[in-house]
Design a binder for this molecule. Structure first.
Ligand code: GUN
Length: 301
């Protein structure tokens, strides 16, 4: 039987509709809406396109969206002052500083400067600590792993007691996802193994997985014969392997390849996420969810 394709675009649409409706409800009841500031330094084309989409989506949700564009030449102190300005602004509930930052700015210093209660990316060490403690402690799970958990839940892929193997140990995906899935509670309770490209006999670990998450950033790393028949394969890899001319726009666009071989897995896996159109679109939905939650926390205070 062919694998069921988990469509990130459709799931994102459903989540955004829920967020938009809840925001409208809050506006009617309280006259207030969530506020998100997106801070972009410089003009890195990938960052510009990510931020443009975040701004557009926040506006569609009915959020108060503030866009700050600083020049590539801005100093670290100017950026820190901008962050501090929004830490103090009560109409702003979420602060997002788009990464990567220019080399002359210390990224960690900037992340540490964001009020953890407004850190909707979930990158601040306080929020990583909250995630590790789990349950009610968790405030802002990082958007990509949160998107994966949401996808599994909405696709009806249970995690209870399952063998989850994550290939990739990044701070953004592998490590937080492992903590989320092995936690006690709903959409969790899994047995998790974290592997990486240096793992001895990676194949044998992958073959055990009921849920295999490929997040190493290596195109085609996971061989089809490493996947257990019927397993759920979540491909987080977004590897640029070349360029092509888009049929839609006539412009040059990147050719993207995941860490797995989607076509070969269609006849092996039980569930599979495509690249693009799988995990990628979920990230922005979870950013909006974290921003709505940041707003709700202040309303409940
Ligand atoms: N750059 C690439 N992805 C992200 C993200 O999720 N958040 C931020 N702040 N920067 C990014």
């Amino acid at each position: 039987m062919q694998a069921q394709i988990i469509n990130g675009l459709e799931i994102r649409k459903a989540i955004l509709e829920e967020i938009k409706a809840e925001t409208a409800e809050y506006k009617t009841k309280t006259g207030k809406v969530p506020g998100l500031v997106t801070i972009l330094v410089g003009e890195n084309p990938a960052s510009v396109s990510y931020v443009t989409l975040k701004v557009k989506t926040a506006l569609e949700m009915g959020f108060n969206e503030v866009q700050v564009n600083l020049p590539e030449s801005c100093t670290e102190q100017e950026l820190l002052d901008t962050v501090e300005k929004y830490n103090r602004d009560d109409s702003i509930h979420g602060i997002l500083v788009q990464l990567p930052l220019p080399k002359h700015i210390d990224e960690n210093k900037v992340i540490y400067a964001i009020d953890p209660d407004k850190d909707v990316d979930g990158f601040h060490p306080v929020n990583i600590g909250r995630l590790l403690l789990g349950g009610k402690h968790t405030k802002y799970p990082p958007c990509t792993p949160a998107g994966i958990v949401e996808m599994l839940s909405r696709a009806g892929v249970g995690t209870e007691g399952k063998e989850v193997v994550i290939v990739g140990r990044s701070n953004l995906v592998g490590k937080p996802l492992a903590n989320m899935l092995c936690a006690k509670g709903k959409n969790a309770n899994a047995t998790v193994t974290i592997c990486h490209t240096g793992t001895k006999d990676l194949a044998s670990h992958c073959k055990r997985a009921d849920i295999l998450v490929a997040a190493a950033g290596c195109p085609g790393l996971i061989k089809p014969e490493w996947v257990k028949p019927g397993a759920c394969v979540i491909d987080v890899g977004v590897n640029r392997v070349g360029e092509k001319i888009s049929e839609k726009t006539g412009k040059k666009v990147a050719i993207l390849k995941g860490d797995t071989d989607f076509d070969a897995l269609l006849d092996i896996a039980g569930y599979i996420t495509p690249v693009p159109g799988g995990v990628g679109p979920m990230t922005i939905a979870m950013l909006m969810k974290n921003t709505l939650n940041a707003f709700k926390y202040t309303m409940e205070k």
